[in-house]
Design a protein around this ligand. Structure first.
Ligand SMILES: Cc1cc2nc3c(=O)[nH]c(=O)nc-3n(C[C@H](O)[C@H](O)[C@H](O)COP(=O)(O)OP(=O)(O)OC[C@H]3O[C@@H](n4cnc5c(N)ncnc54)[C@H](O)[C@@H]3O)c2cc1C
Length: 326
């Protein structure tokens, strides 16, 4: 009869295997050691406009904490269907008036006439805002998108309209895993190219978790003749259940390994945050090792994870009085 090894014997066998593997397998150095000559990457941060006074306080604490990192710009989202028009404008105007930051205002064209959208864009220009993130926006939940009869039909049309209003810097959205309603990945890439050809200067990507997905997307952008910067959107995740729900809606895949990382941590917010910083730092370092030198962070108006990851990337707060890098 074969003897079942006791746990000490099993551990010994495992040790032997570990040693054998170490002695015989190819050795890898893991993530590259940071090269001191490698410049810190450029960062940008996304916020959403606050709905309540408490959220306003939280947003401004977030802005003040991240401001010394001298992001290239900070952007403020536009609620679905333009529902936050006044709050987005107020937040962006306050950033212009009270901080050293360069704001970018998100602007969508869904459900509005060209005149209405143009008026919002002009009001940004008059407030000193020179960067717009131009988006189509989405139909209300349950409905499918239909262009407004008197409106800009798609983001590419909005970009062309903005170009006529002022010499804005214009960023547009890109989808490493393809927009959920695109006819095909190639069709989606054609849409991106149209937006850039219409005058956008940069694409910011939907968030993704697997660095490989983004790098393959860059390959496809290159093959399609896209030359503008495509900046990866990074979403540090500390609430897995919420991220899963949101990702299902916007077409971002959630890898099994991410789910495993948060397994058993539902009631342990502190460990979740540490795990979140680790997971996102690994993701961005791998991208950085592949030459990516600009990152856009979806902060969700919470600064700590973004701050920690920026630190790992080599970004340090400027001492007071230092000129902005932007
Ligand atoms: C970085 C980023 C920031 C965002 N910020 C906001 C925000 O602040 N507020 C908000 O409401 N939403 C925001 N979104 C979400 C965005 O509005 C949705 O993803 C929306 O569904 C698509 O917007 P788009 O600008 O990519 O659209 P488009 O580039 O216009 O394309 C989206 C889809 O429309 C179709 N399409 C495009 N052109 C044509 C054409 N000529 N003919 C037929 N079909 C066409 C294609 O299916 C295409 O995949 C953001 C997304 C990203 C990635």
């Amino acid at each position: 009869m074969n003897e079942i090894p006791n746990s000490a014997q099993a551990t010994d066998q495992a040790r032997t295997h570990t040693l054998e593997r170490w002695l015989n397998n190819p050795r890898v150095s893991g993530l590259p050691i940071r090269d001191a000559s490698l410049p810190a990457p450029l960062l940008s941060f996304e916020f959403f406009p606050p709905r309540t006074e408490a959220l306003e306080t939280q947003l401004w604490a977030c802005i003040r904490r991240l401001e010394p990192l001298q992001p290239r710009f900070v952007s403020v989202t536009y609620g679905a269907g333009g529902t936050t028009q006044a709050r987005t404008h107020a937040t962006v105007a306050r950033i212009v008036a009270e901080t050293s930051l360069t704001p970018a205002a998100h602007l969508t064209c869904v459900g509005a006439t060209r005149e209405e959208v143009d008026a919002v864009a002009r009001s940004y220009w008059e407030a000193g805002v020179r960067h717009i993130v131009a988006l189509r926006g989405d139909a209300p939940p349950g409905a499918s998108y239909a262009p407004h009869p008197g409106g800009y039909a798609y983001a590419a049309d909005l970009v062309a309209g903005l170009r006529r209003i002022g010499d804005f810097e214009i960023s547009v959205a890109a989808y490493p895993e393809t927009h959920p309603t695109a006819l095909s990945p190639q069709d989606d890439l054609d849409t991106l190219k149209r937006k850039l050809d219409a005058g956008a200067t940069r694409a910011i990507s939907q968030y993704f978790f697997d660095p490989e997905l983004f790098l393959r997307f860059l390959d496809r952008c290159g093959a399609a003749g896209i030359t503008a910067p495509v900046v990866p959107g990074i979403m540090p995740v500390s609430n897995f259940a919420q991220a899963k729900k949101f990702s299902d809606m916007c077409g971002a895949s959630v890898p099994h390994w991410l789910e495993k990382l948060f397994e058993g941590l539902d009631d342990d917010a502190e460990t979740r945050r540490m795990v979140a910083a680790f997971a996102a730092a690994e993701q961005v370092r791998l991208l950085q090792a592949n030459g990516i030198d600009e990152f856009h962070f979806y902060t969700l108006n919470r600064p700590d994870l973004t701050y920690a990851i920026a630190h790992i990337l080599g970004v340090r707060p400027a001492s007071p009085g230092t000129a902005s890098a932007g």
